[in-house]
Design a binder for this molecule. Structure first.
Ligand code: ZN
Ligand code: ZN
Length: 427
């Protein structure tokens, strides 16, 4: 039984995907509560969540240090060897004049995962001993915001693709850092699974209750999109913003200008998708002869070499996923603008999938950064990044921002306006 839930006035939670306000109930161990209306995950019950998350985070920090100090991969060709570390891809991209890519790879594969681990440790070490660290709510809010940008598992997939691409060209040796990196990913996935955000939010301030909601009757109640807390929207002067009483995030009834912003990002990404596919993403110079590669020609090459599974994977992640994401968001935007109440639940699921899969398109960018760092043997063999890679990285990042700026609660607003009385309480 969970004390925070079992005792005191019945706590309430607003679903972050459809806005429906629901009672929070005590769950059995390992249980999860889903939204009665849209099916989104509301909260879970994990045994010793804080202790497990903390131990896994500390283990991950040790593995992180090993993964970033020792050799990652060694590339050997005609007696020449080139050893790379996790960060040498970043350096090679920077030296090749591709600093936007260098910054992106540095952030998503190293800096963000490290900041995520450190901020989790900052909040969880004192919590484990029954204390609250200073600014805990703000730090934990940042960890929640960083989560989608830590892409180490995508990076590992990039390593696998790069390995397959190079395996018949030269000899590759796996370094100790690579094994630590694989361990780090496994431990981080376990830490994320053990971490239950609502458990932390409850300790940082109780969830609003039925009694409070009764007192707020007739006033505008909003839910925090970050910690799912309910609060009364204060009467504000123009241009002022309201902040969540618990986590400090800016509170809005709906994300501001959600539709216009999402449209702008979708259109930008769709335009950039064209040069991303037409311009070369990298050039392989092999014994003085160079041939530029686009994303599609890279896939064709993999098929030509009989590497079907990897070719399919790259095709799916780099070509299919961005297109499906853009089409999916366009579909959601149009149906919301038409105030359509058609298949609300399915459209919510569509949004959930779009939000989850976008980051996997980074595989090609990571693969290029690994190839550029590894194959650096002057006239024998060199791989140089191409300008198409920058366009492609921009497509991935902009579509991620597009899905973040879309407010999924807008999908359900159509039902509310159609039949205000039958709709459950909404925030
Ligand atoms: Zn819901
Ligand atoms: Zn909040």
């Amino acid at each position: 039984m969970n004390d925070a839930v079992a005792s005191g006035p019945l706590p309430l939670i607003a679903c972050h995907e459809c806005g429906t306000v629901q009672h929070m109930r005590a769950l059995p161990e390992g249980g999860a509560a889903r939204c009665a209306r849209c099916g989104a995950m509301l909260y879970r019950q994990r045994r010793d969540s804080i202790e497990h998350t903390l131990l896994l985070t500390l283990a991950a920090l040790i593995l992180f240090v090993i993964a970033n100090t020792f050799p990652f991969l060694t590339f050997e060709l005609e007696g020449n060897a080139d050893t790379s570390t996790l960060l040498s891809g970043v350096r090679s991209l920077y030296e090749g004049g591709m600093w936007p890519l260098a910054v992106l790879v540095l952030l998503t594969a190293t800096v963000v995962p490290l900041v995520w681990l450190l901020s989790v440790a900052y909040v969880f070490v004192p919590l484990q001993f029954g204390r609250l660290p200073g600014g805990a709510a703000r730090v934990f809010r940042v960890t929640e915001l960083l989560r989608p940008w830590a892409m180490m598992e995508v990076y590992l997939l990039g390593v696998i693709v790069a390995y397959v691409k190079l395996s018949d060209l030269a000899r590759l040796e796996l370094g100790i850092a690579l094994f630590a990196f694989v361990g780090l990913i496994i431990v981080m996935i376990a830490a994320e699974a053990a971490l239950e955000p609502h458990e932390i939010w409850r300790r940082l301030g109780p969830q609003a209750s039925v009694r409070q909601l009764g007192r707020w009757r007739g006033r505008s109640v909003v839910s925090c999109h970050n910690c799912d807390q309910l609060a009364v929207m204060p009467r504000l002067p123009a241009r002022a913003t309201a902040h969540c009483p618990r986590c400090g995030a800016t509170m809005h009834r709906r994300k501001p200008n959600s539709i216009a912003r999402t449209w702008a990002l979708v259109v930008t990404a769709a335009i950039l998708y064209i040069p991303a596919n037409l311009l070369p993403v990298m050039t392989v110079v092999y014994f003085g002869r160079g041939e530029p590669d686009t994303i599609l020609s890279g896939v064709k090459e993999l098929i030509g070499a009989g590497m079907w599974p990897v070719a399919l994977l790259v095709f799916f992640a780099s070509i299919t996923v961005p297109v499906l994401k853009l089409l999916g968001l366009t579909f959601l935007l149009i149906t919301v603008q038409r105030r359509s109440s058609w298949r609300l639940r399915d459209r919510s699921v569509t949004y959930r999938i779009i939000e989850q899969v976008g980051r996997w398109s980074m595989v090609d960018i990571f693969m290029i950064s690994i190839l550029v760092a590894l194959v650096n043997l002057g006239t024998i063999a060199t791989i140089e990044p191409g300008v198409g890679a920058i366009c492609f990285a921009a497509v991935v990042i902009i579509t991620m921002f597009a899905s973040m700026s879309f407010d999924p609660r807008l999908i359900w607003d159509a039902e509310e306006s159609r039949d205000a009385r039958r709709t459950p309480l909404r925030a």
